[in-house]
Design a protein around this ligand. Structure first.
Ligand code: ADP
Length: 387
């Protein structure tokens, strides 16, 4: 018989919706939660036990978080890893490990490690000058994707170069004067984007979720459909790669692997996120154990839960409506909840801004088409606007 200490203290760097959804699960195990986030009324603040209001670059604040907690995790990857490495050396537990964060937060080092481990990725080169880009284009031909190696999200930090005239504009837009390293990637003419969530436990257990099909609009995730409609072979390839990636990084906690699926069913990794991911929100209602619960189980050293899909699931993000900026109100919640098997999540952000992620909805049904139909109906009712 083993006894589990109640009141384990978890520190979360970032108090957005991902942090909030981690807390909801951590509370099941009676954990005490301290978050670090610069925004006083961020989504996680209403349900955490303590909130250190500080910038993510505030080393003292991160040290304070470590002092207060048994284990630290994070909800986004753009954190100063060196501070976390120092803390780890001092004996603090941080998951996923700062050394894996260091590699993953830089798209060039991330892809280099994947390639070295025989994981299929689009061809890529580090570039420093316009001349370098031109040299790569001679090898790749148009189009190519110029990417900031660090700091990118929702496609910010990427530029598709379609012709010679784009080169200089792309280079100047991605702001090399700020010394952000850049890389060029071969453009992949994909037929579908999919993602696979995988979780590594402290007990060496690895659990992998089903393959999800992600549809983006303006580089922001719009909709996730599970299971993805791709061949069994492609699914197996993606699942195996996600499993191997956990091993490559000695991953503890949730990792999301995003892939391109090509016309001839090749699977290439686009990128990895060492954390629960927007494309895994469907797991809350759609799977036996959600990505957030498994993340918490993993970092606490508890056995991981079953990742099977309960029913075909569709998740749609609810973004701030165009044309509205200010105190947020939500229109249509009752109508949406009247639709069969629709679940709505409101993140609790006080201010809406066009395209800001304000919430999401999930519909689970026996049939994916029906789930998509109901999810779309609900989506059309829900609007984050201002009075
Ligand atoms: P972020 O880190 O900002 O999410 P990504 O590198 O994942 O950026 O790219 C955002 C989107 O841009 C991808 O979801 C995909 O649609 C497109 N994209 C990125 N890299 C490529 C590529 N090599 N070929 C084709 N499309 C790409």
């Amino acid at each position: 018989m083993s006894f589990y200490p109640l009141n384990k203290k978890i520190g979360i760097i970032g108090g957005g919706q991902l942090g909030k959804m981690m807390i909801l699960e951590a509370k099941k195990f009676g954990c005490h939660i301290v978050i670090l986030d610069p925004t006083k009324n961020c989504p996680a603040s209403s349900i955490c036990d303590e909130h250190i209001v500080a910038n993510f670059s505030d080393k003292e604040a991160i040290y304070l978080l470590a002092k207060k907690c048994d284990v630290i995790t994070y909800e986004f990857e753009h954190i100063d890893y060196s501070c976390l490495i120092e803390l780890e050396k001092l004996g603090h537990k941080i998951y996923p490990s700062p050394s894996s964060l260091k590699i993953i937060q830089n798209k060039f080092t991330q892809k280099t490690v994947l390639k070295e481990n025989n994981i299929n990725v689009p061809d890529f080169y580090l570039v420093k000058t316009i001349e370098d880009i031109k040299n790569v284009i001679e090898k790749f031909s148009y189009p190519i994707v110029l990417k900031c190696c660090t700091g990118g999200y929702d496609g910010k930090g990427n530029y598709v170069i379609k012709c010679e005239e784009d080169i200089e504009k792309a280079f100047n837009t991605l702001n090399p004067t700020l010394n952000i390293p850049l890389m060029v990637e071969k453009f992949v003419p994909f037929k579908m984007e999919v993602s696979v969530l995988a979780c590594g436990g402290l007990n060496k257990d690895i659990k992998v979720y089903p393959v999800a099909n992600n549809i983006h609009i303006d580089n922001i995730l719009y909709k996730t459909l599970v299971p993805a409609n791709i061949s069994k072979e492609s699914k197996n390839k993606a699942i195996t790669m996600a499993y191997n990636i956990i091993n490559i990084f000695n991953g503890i906690g949730m990792f999301c692997v995003e892939f391109f699926v090509t016309e001839n069913d090749d699977i290439l990794v686009n990128e990895i996120a060492p954390r629960p991911h927007n494309s895994g929100h469907y797991t809350i209602e759609g799977c036996i154990t959600s990505q957030f619960e498994n993340h918490i189980r993993a970092i606490l050293g508890l056995p991981l839960g079953n990742t099977n899909l309960l029913k075909p699931s569709v998740m749609i993000n609810l973004l701030g409506e165009d044309g509205y900026k200010g105190d947020a109100i939500l229109e249509g919640l009752e109508d949406a909840l009247n639709i069969e098997n629709v679940f709505v999540h409101v993140y609790g952000k006080k201010q809406t801004v066009p395209k800001r992620k304000m919430g999401h909805l999930t519909c689970i049904m026996e049939d994916l088409k029906k789930a998509e139909e109901n999810a779309t109906k609900a989506y059309n009712k829900l609007k984050f606007i201002c009075e």
